[in-house]
Every structure is written in C-alpha cells, then in structure tokens.
Design a protein around this ligand. Structure first.
Ligand code: ADP
Length: 360
C-alpha cells in the first residue's frame, strides 16, 4: 500500500477554472517527489490540495490508506515551506524555529533540545539569537525549513523554496535540502518550475502541463524515455533539438540534409509517409565529423558559447536550427560549415500531430 495516494484528483476553482485534471499518483514513504512544469500548470494547486489549504473538487486523497479529503492540515501531519519564508520579523531564529512547539505547549527543555538539534542539522547554531533581518536569504530559508522539520510530521511540502535566492545560494541550498531529506527521511513533495532542481533532487518527477500530468518517472526515465515532445523539451539543458518535417521517401529535411527515418519507424514507416514527424536529438548526443551508425548533418555555425566545461554551438541548416554541446577543445569557428553525427540510437521520433513518442 502506498503512503500517499492521489486518485483522479481534480481542482475546479469557484470561478469555474479547471486547474487540475485527473491527477493520479502513488507516493511511497520517504520518497522525494518533485512536481515540475511551467508557471500556471497546476503544481501549487495540487500541493495545496495535499496540504489541506485548498478543497479537492473531486477524486480521492489518501494518507496511510485512510481517506484524507476532509482532514484539516494538522490532522494530515504535513508541514509546508513557502516561497516567501514567512518568518516572524520580531522573533529570533530560535523563537521562529520553536514557534510551532511553543504553541503546542511543549516543555521548554524539550523545545530547547529540539531547536538545537534542528539548528545543528541546518548549520544555524551560531545564529539562534539573531533576528531574520540579520540573515542572508539562504539562512532565512533554512530557518523556514527548520520550523517545518522540527515538528515530527510525516509529509514535508515545499513550494518553490529556492526562488527568492540568488543562483549561487540556490545551488548550495539545493544540496542542503537533499541532505536534510537524507537525514530526516521524511516523505517530501517539492514544487518547482526549474528542471535542474527537479532532476537533482527527485526520486521521481511528475511533469505537468496545463493542469495535466504528462509523465511520472525517475530523472533517468524522463531524460532517456520521454513520452512526448513536451517532456523531451522540458527535461535537459540546453533542451532537446526538434526538427519538424513531412516524411517524404522515408526521410525528412533538415535544411538541405535528408534525415532518413524509415528504418527507425520500422513497420510504421508506410503509415507515416506524407505525415508530419518531429525528429529529436539532444545537444550532448552528437559527435563532430562523420561517424558510423549515425545520421550525418552538414550545417553552418552561427554562434559559439564557451561555458568552460563545454561549448554550446548554435547551428543552422537552411531555416532549421539546433544547438550542439561539444568539447571546448573542438569548438568550431563561427561562420564555417561543419559536419556532425547523430547516433541512430540517440534519435527520438514523435508523431507530428499527437506529439507522442513513436515506439518502434
Ligand atoms: P503553478 O503552481 O503550476 O504555477 P497554480 O497551481 O498556481 O500553477 O495555478 C494553476 C492555474 O490555476 C493557473 O492558471 C492559475 O491562474 C489558476 N488559479 C490559481 N488559483 C486560483 C484561484 N484561486 N481561482 C481561480 N484560478 C486560480
């Protein structure tokens, strides 16, 4: 039995807006689940329904095998960390972390011990006497996390907890969140629009778009086996390259290049003749020059972007464009023609109409 079950969960707001459609997910105890997708796709709405901050319009929500639709937030034993830290500005770090326990009337000695333990996990031991305004953004967010984890709750919910931090703090805090999860083992559901956060933190990712779950899987599964164009383009940085074209004689055009796909389509080749196909390949899944077992493409280098550990090469073949990720030592000159190879095993084909992956 799963620890948390969402079964055909829907959210229709009072104004009639249908924000979440038939959301289905089983979550195991201790899992780190990330909801990811562009702004407005229904991530926060789903999280808030789990938290008990938003009514579930229909469907069934269960915790530990018990229906929880009607339970209040406290009864669900969830703690939530918001994007805005929501700290009490006039209270010290100690009092902010202790707040929930103080309200519950927990013994002072116990509170002191727990706050110190929590502060230790979060590296806040030296800051307990400070007011929030004397902390950095990252430290404030750690206080907010401390306030949530000090209560022994089963489920830990986080809504874009890193979005108010600068890029460097985000990276640090990301690894801290992973460590906190490891040390507490709490079941965590985390919302973000950032695919890197999702990929680095999650045991499993739920990709959402327009209120619909697109795919649920491990970071590895989503990267290697995306079910549709949306997931393929959302997971991975720079995103997967897509070439759209009508199949003609078992190939589609990429500028003046012909990309043969009949073999890849196998028994479906004739069915797709004259139909639109999306040909996908990842920027990092190419090799320069002409290689065996590959589709070879000639293109012009429009721009190169040195990133230190690799170089992004922006190429054009006629009107079609793509990004290639190459070793910095192999960075080509701008405005020259290059050949590159896409290994056949790394090619993805999607139906141009449904945008679903075409299985061979
Ligand atoms: P996300 O977290 O993925 O950015 P949200 O869950 O916040 O998305 O919102 C999903 C959709 O529901 C958005 O189109 C948003 O405008 C809409 N929405 C959110 N809250 C309300 C509300 N109280 N009433 C009506 N529509 C809402």
């Amino acid at each position: 039995m799963a620890y948390i079950t969402l079964k055909n969960i829907n959210k229709i707001y009072p104004n009639g807006y249908h924000a979440v459609h038939d959301f289905n997910l089983d979550i195991e105890k201790g899992e780190f689940i990330v909801f990811v997708g562009p702004s407005g796709c229904g991530k926060s709405t789903t999280l808030r329904m789990i938290a008990g901050l938003e009514d579930i319009s229909n469907g069934e929500f269960m915790i530990n095998g018990k229906r929880a639709n009607e339970m209040g937030p406290r009864e669900r034993e969830v703690a939530m960390v918001f994007q805005s830290y929501a700290l009490y500005p006039q209270m010290t770090v100690f009092d902010n972390i202790a707040f929930g326990l103080t309200l519950q009337g927990v013994d002072e000695d116990v509170i002191e011990e727990k706050v110190k333990h929590t502060a230790g996990i979060l590296g806040l031991t030296d800051y307990l006497d400070r007011l929030p305004r004397a902390l950095s953004g990252g430290q404030r967010q750690r206080v907010a996390i401390g306030r949530a984890i000090i209560r022994k709750v089963g489920i830990f919910l986080m809504d874009e907890p890193l979005s108010n931090l600068d890029a460097k703090q985000r990276v640090t805090m990301r690894s801290e969140i992973a460590q906190i999860h490891q040390s507490t083992g709490a079941t965590t559901i985390y919302v973000t629009h950032d695919q890197t956060e999702a990929m680095t933190l999650a045991d499993r990712i739920v990709v959402m778009k327009d209120g619909y779950v697109q795919q649920v899987g491990t970071p590895y599964e989503l990267y290697h086996d995306p079910v549709n164009v949306f997931v393929a383009g959302f997971i991975g940085e720079p995103p997967m390259n897509f070439v759209r074209g009508t199949v003609n004689g078992g190939a589609i055009s990429f500028g003046a290049n012909k990309l043969p796909i009949a073999d890849l389509l196998g028994s479906k080749a004739s069915q797709y003749e004259g139909k639109e196909i999306v040909f996908g390949f990842r920027p990092e899944a190419i090799e320069l020059g002409s290689q065996p077992e590959s589709v070879v493409v000639n293109a012009m280098v429009e721009l190169t972007e040195m990133l230190g550990d690799n170089t992004n090469v922006y190429i054009a073949a006629g009107e079609d464009k793509a990004i290639l990720k190459v070793d910095p030592h192999d960075t080509p000159e701008m405005d020259t023609e290059i050949a590159f190879s896409i290994p056949v095993k790394d090619i993805y084909l999607f139906d141009g109409e449904t945008e679903k992956v075409i299985s061979k």
